[in-house]
Design a protein around this ligand. Sequence first.
Ligand code: IMP
Ligand code: MG
Length: 180
Amino acid sequence: MTYLDTECLAPLISQESINEKVQEYARIIEREYAGKDLLIVMIMKGAFCFVADLVRELKIPACIDFLTCSSYGMRGTVPGELKVHGIERLDVKGKHVLLIDDIFDTGRTLSEVYSRIKLLEPEAVGSMVLLGRNTEREVVYHPDHVLFQVEEDAFVVGYGLDYKEQYRGLPGICVLHHHE
Ligand code: IMP
Ligand code: MG
C-alpha cells in the first residue's frame, strides 16, 4: 500500500485540470506583464509546484525569487504565529512584483507579505494564488488572481500543500479527511 491508497485522501482537483488552468493563467500573466520588469516572488514552501509549472509555461522574461512563510508548521491544521523570512534579501525596487502563494485562507499571509513588500518601493505588486477559500476574513486585501475555489471546511493537500510537511508531492489536490 502507498500513501495514495489511504482512505484519508479524496481526490479534488486533478493534475490535468491544474495543467489547463496553469496554461490559461500563464497567458493572463503574459498579457499583464509584457514589456514590464517582472519579478515573481513565490511563497515557500506551498507554492513551489505551482510556480515551477507556471514559469515553464511563460513566454515572457521573468526573474524568480522566493520568501518563506509559515504559520502551521508541525501543528497540522491549526494556524499559529505567522513567520516571514527573506523579504529583506529581495531586490524589488522599481520592479513589477507578482506574489504567488498556494492558498488564500484567512488572508493573513498574503496581506502581511504584500504590505511588507510595498515598503521596499516596487513599481507595482500583484498576486496570484492557486486556491482560494471563502471564509470570514479580517483582512481587506484580496489576491488579483485565484485559479480554483475550495470549500470552506475542506483541508487540502498535494501539489505543494502539506499536512505536517506530508503530501506536498501529490500531483493533484486532495481533501484530507480524519486528520486530528
Ligand atoms: P492564510 O494566511 O490563512 O491565508 O493561510 C495561508 C497559508 O496557510 C497557506 O499558504 C498554506 O500554507 C496554509 N493553509 C491554509 N489552508 C490550507 C489547507 O487547506 N491545506 C494546506 N495548507 C493550508
Ligand atoms: Mg503556504
